[in-house]
Design a binder for this molecule. Structure first.
Ligand code: FEO
Length: 240
């Protein structure tokens, strides 16, 4: 055996140990990274194969960044919020169709502007929901949309559809509030209060406008005034 002076031997053994330890650390790091990648691959593959696309709503990263799970919305709340995203998008489309129909009728500039603004507002409602879902660790899904009703028998018919639609939205918001309470999701419950107030206001406006049209009947002068004044029902900043 080749001898070595005591101090040189000590340094040699020290460097060998440090070298072995750093090799071990590197192996451990790359093993974790490979495992993470594998989990992601398996997740996206099973999600792709699944017929139930709802199972894809969970963000793949949540599997490897466990901290996100701490504040993630539940699957049922997420699905219900995404349904509401769809409903707000459908509302925006429905009112856009009403605006476009009104625009090609003679003398309905007020009604036209009212529904263009209403359509924009519904899009804002949709975005607010979509971003809330993402903020809470979920995945806000941009929905496919069916064509809304695009032609109407009369101006009265337009406003009847408007009220009918808003009542449907209110029912849906109430269901969501109920679900958030039953799941003790107080953050979502708190967030939804804005929509509760908004629906109360939209229902009030829709009812008022229907009442006015009932009063006007077939009177052309009354319809002229209705169209001229309709934007007054949208509050100070262009809102109701
Ligand atoms: Fe956002 Fe009027 O529903």
């Amino acid at each position: 055996m080749i001898g070595c002076p005591g101090s040189i031997c000590k340094y040699f053994i020290y460097y060998v140990i440090v070298y072995l330890l750093s090799c071990f650390k590197l192996i451990r790091k790359s093993r974790t990274a490979i495992a993470g990648q594998l989990i992601k691959q398996i997740w996206s593959h099973s999600c792709y194969l699944s017929k139930n696309k709802g199972s894809c709503l969970k963000r793949p990263n949540d599997l490897v960044t466990s901290k996100k799970l701490l504040f993630m919305v539940s699957k049922s709340i997420q699905e219900a919020l995404n349904k509401q995203v769809q409903m707000e998008a459908e509302s925006s489309q429905a009112y856009l169709a009403m605006a476009s129909w009104a625009e090609i009728q003679p003398g309905l500039e007020g009604v036209t502007n009212f529904f263009y603004q209403q359509s924009d507002e519904e899009r804002v409602h949709m975005l607010k929901l979509l971003r809330f879902i993402n903020e809470r660790g979920g995945f806000g899904m941009v929905p496919a949309l069916a064509q809304p009703i695009v032609t109407f028998k009369s101006i009265k018919n337009v406003f009847e559809e408007f009220l009918k639609h808003e009542l449907k939205v209110s029912d849906s918001i109430n269901e969501l509030v109920h679900l958030s309470l039953s799941e003790k999701d107080y953050a979502t419950h708190n967030f939804l209060q804005w929509y509760v107030n908004e629906q109360m206001e939209e229902e009030r406006v829709a009812r008022t406008l229907n009442d006015k049209l009932e009063m006007v009947g077939d009177d052309k002068g009354g319809l002229y005034l209705f169209d001229r004044d309709i934007m007054n029902y949208r509050g100070a900043d262009g809102k109701k």
